[in-house]
Write a protein that binds this ligand. Structure first.
Ligand code: FES
Length: 81
């Protein structure tokens, strides 16, 4: 399990964008933490693999391009109640 944590004052300013045919782009003051609580990266922008082919998970290493990962990044419309 990977947790995304925000620094104290910036929790309201995180944007997660599924990029077209690529990773999740996380913009904001982000800390990526492993299952044992170890901080893996702190940055203002990170790219997380969503294709499953990265050899550096959870981070994108560009393998999505070589493996033909395709997704519009548009997601699906939220379910209506
Ligand atoms: S999304 Fe880039 S390697 Fe998976």
């Amino acid at each position: 399990m990977i947790s995304l944590m925000t620094t104290q004052d910036d929790s309201a300013n995180i944007t997660v964008t599924p990029t077209k045919d690529g990773p999740l782009e996380i913009v904001g003051a982000v800390r990526v933490v492993s299952a044992d609580g170890t901080t893996m990266r702190e940055a203002s922008r990170v790219y997380l693999c969503r294709c499953g082919h990265s050899t550096n998970k959870p981070f994108c290493d560009g393998a999505h391009s070589k493996n033909g990962f395709e997704d519009s990044g548009l997601g699906k419309a939220p379910a209506t109640p």
